[in-house]
Design a protein around this ligand. Structure first.
Ligand SMILES: [Zn+2]
Length: 219
């Protein structure tokens, strides 16, 4: 593994490099047999494939015609924005802009670095890149949800009604993802009954809330 200390390059590679995922193979008795490494396309390639599903020829042959032709309008809109923004970045450093966001970023980075940018400027780009990565991850793999079976500590309610007339018991919703080793990673908690919705926006805030709730309702 090469040494790398530039967060900007890390943020670019998070978008442009293929993603390697380790998947353990377990036999019927629960014994670990071996670990496979599966390589996925980069986030930008996956996002682009969501925009134009027919370019994904490997899946195209077996996929239903209806899913193959389905246009993901959110991905199309967001991808176009990223492609156009990275095109602007290229023009600013004297590089040719393309419609391919990945290509733009690959061309932009060395030219941008060659200008010895101020830390504040670099930080701005870093924020943009990280937001794009989060947006794509969220789009490709929406968070999993689970209701927390305690009343909300803010509004005290035990049920909720949504704007679309949906709703149910327990307004506190825990949103989480599953990491590469199948462990849940908490992202946030939302109260769907509070007006406006109360959000515990980070893993730490969510953990603190869960601890508080468990303590309050214990015994
Ligand atoms: Zn609430």
């Amino acid at each position: 593994m090469k040494e790398q200390t530039d967060p900007l390059l890390d943020a670019i590679e998070a978008l442009t490099k293929p993603i390697r995922v380790k998947v353990p193979q377990i036999d019927d008795a629960g014994q670990h047999i071996k670990t496979w490494t599966i390589t996925h396309d980069s986030l930008l390639d996956q996002f682009r494939a969501a925009v134009i599903p027919s370019t994904n020829t490997a899946a195209g042959s077996s996929a239903l015609a209806s899913t193959r032709n389905m246009l993901d309008s959110t991905a199309l809109y967001e991808y176009s924005k990223i492609a156009s923004a990275t095109g602007d970045w290229c023009r600013l450093v004297g590089r040719t802009a393309t419609r391919d966001a990945k290509e733009n970023l690959t061309h932009w980075y060395p030219a941008f670095q060659a200008e010895y940018p101020e830390p504040d400027v670099t930080k701005w780009y870093l924020t943009e890149l990280r937001q794009w990565a989060n947006l794509i991850r969220e789009h490709l793999d929406p968070p999993r949800r689970r209701s927390i079976t305690y009343p909300c500590p803010v509004c005290g309610k035990t049920s909720w009604i949504g704007a679309d007339g949906d709703g149910g018991t327990w307004p506190l919703e825990l949103q989480y993802r599953v990491d590469d080793s199948n462990e849940p990673v908490i992202e946030r908690v939302i109260c769907r009954a509070c007006e406006p919705h109360t959000i515990w926006p980070t893993r730490d805030a969510a953990r603190e809330l869960l601890e508080e709730l468990t303590e309050r309702h214990a015994g």
